[in-house]
Design a protein around this ligand. Structure first.
Ligand code: BGP
Length: 472
């Protein structure tokens, strides 16, 4: 559809950006914080460890002042579970509560709406020792944590996100350092989908508790959604794209929104003898819960062809690189799309296609919780960072949000990754995403000084014009 006139961004549109606790805060074991799985994992060679990250824990005031200077209407950050409950359950750490109280108040001081992710890739190490998401108790652990958050921060936080990228935890958990693998298992797929099931129920419980405790608040999931294209118009390729769309995307949202398992995923799990154990109570909890909006992270689309029976899951595949599974789909490159320096395809039009599809399937407002370009940036001698490539990426994607709004999609906001440079999930700080540059490398902490990138000044202008001027 070629629109003659584009509809404007709504007045309430939440322009901002995102971070996550373990990637930005540092202070990994300070002020009573317990270790999370990220603090005890093996650090990929040549990448930064997470003990200091970019020191947001000590510099959040300066960082939020910079976000306010850009005109942010929202800041999406995650709360570290083990800063609040060092052992994952039980005793609350008052210093952890104090830190997030201060962070929230600092945002509100500038009129920045805090958007809080409850869980972003950082399972408490103490709970991993107790079986992590494998065991049913994990549903209660998460519900306990959720209630603590709502109790302490619910008077000021109106937007909540449950689990960041649950689909990536399930599909590529080992690459992002989050996968808990029990020592004895003869069917790893079943084990993974059992963990996934417990997360679905835990999320549903958290949504229910949120609505009971905070009737004014809004809560939603935050999966990584990439529309999956068929590699050709060959009918077998189209079926493969439906398979991977269901496995990668719809499983998570059909469960969150409708409390059901997607039928193609169910058939896939049956084929693999990996249907999880589901109690009647689980179904009841899932069906009773309903999100208020859908938060989603978008980096690019995926493309798949029919399986030729030889595919096996590539253990190095990450959130956005192609994969395949014998009998179901075969990941391919899309010859129409360019790639980033880190090998991720770039597809702004696919962003619009993804928003259209999401809205027509679920009819809930959409909040973009991540989108962005990971690149090698360089700090010039005059203190400038010329990240034109990032401006172009963001321009093209924001333009597609306006197309989607004109298509009739209800959009709540745009919170790209990331507000400030931080440590990537598995590629260190050399892969930068921020509007704010941080002076550190993977092996040296340097000054940790903050610098405004060219994209900082550009985004400030975009926000001031409420998206009506994207030019640089
Ligand atoms: C998402 C995660 C983020 C973030 C981002 C970029 O999958 O939610 O935590 O890191 O992707 O990914 P990466 O750091 O692997 O480049």
């Amino acid at each position: 559809m070629l629109h003659k006139t584009l509809k404007p961004f709504p007045d309430y549109f939440l322009w901002g950006a995102s971070t996550s606790a373990y990637q930005v805060e540092g202070a990994a074991l300070e002020d009573g914080k317990g270790p999370s799985c990220q603090d005890v994992k093996d650090i990929p060679e040549g990448t930064a460890d997470l003990s200091v990250s970019v020191d947001h824990y000590h510099r959040y005031k300066e960082d939020i002042a910079l976000m306010a200077e850009m005109g942010f209407k929202s800041y999406r950050f995650s709360i570290s579970w083990t800063r609040i409950l060092p052992e994952g359950t039980g005793e609350v750490n008052p210093k952890g509560i104090a830190f997030y109280n201060d962070l929230i108040d600092e945002c509100l001081k500038y009129g920045i709406e805090p958007i809080v992710t409850m869980f972003h890739f950082d399972m408490p190490a103490a709970l991993d020792k107790r079986g992590s998401w494998s065991v049913r108790e994990s549903i209660d652990w998460f519900a306990e944590f959720a209630a603590v958050l709502f109790k302490h921060f619910g008077d000021r936080v109106k937007y909540w996100l449950t689990i960041n990228e649950q689909n990536m935890l399930t599909l590529v958990g080992p690459v992002i350092g989050t996968m808990y693998i029990p020592q004895e298992t003869d069917n790893l797929t079943k084990e993974i989908y059992q963990q996934n099931h417990h997360q679905l129920v835990a999320q549903a419980k958290a949504m229910q508790i949120c609505h009971e405790m905070l009737p004014e608040a809004k809560i939603g999931p935050a999966p990584n959604i990439s529309l999956v294209y068929a590699a050709s118009s060959k009918p077998e390729d189209v079926l493969a794209s439906q398979n991977y769309n269901a496995i990668r995307n719809w499983l998570y949202l059909d469960a969150a929104v409708y409390g059901i398992y997607n039928n193609l995923v169910w058939a896939y799990l049956e084929e693999l003898d990996a249907v999880p154990e589901i109690s009647q109570e689980d179904w009841d909890i899932m069906r009773a819960a309903k999100p208020d909006f859908i938060g989603f992270n978008y980096y690019n689309t995926a493309t798949v062809a029919a399986s030729d029976g030889t595919e096996s899951l590539d253990p190095a595949a990450d959130q956005q690189t192609s994969r395949g599974e014998s009998g179901f789909y075969r990941g391919t490159d899309n010859p129409h799309l360019p790639k980033t320096e880190f090998g991720w395809e770039i597809d702004p039009i696919g962003f619009r296609a993804t928003m259209r599809e999401l809205y027509s399937r679920y009819r809930l407002p959409l909040l973009v919780t991540e989108n962005g370009l990971g690149a090698y940036d360089s700090l010039e001698e005059d203190g400038k960072i010329h990240d034109q490539y990032r401006i172009h990426y963001l321009q093209d994607h924001i333009a597609q949000i306006q197309e989607a709004i004109t298509d009739g999609v209800e959009m709540l906001g745009y919170n790209p990754w990331s507000a400030i440079d931080l440590i990537s999930t598995h590629e260190g700080i050399k892969k930068r995403y921020g509007f704010i540059y941080v002076d550190r490398s993977d092996d040296e902490l340097k000054t940790l000084k903050r610098y405004r990138k060219d994209s900082f000044f550009w985004y400030k202008k975009v926000i001031a014009a409420n998206g009506a001027d994207l030019t640089d």
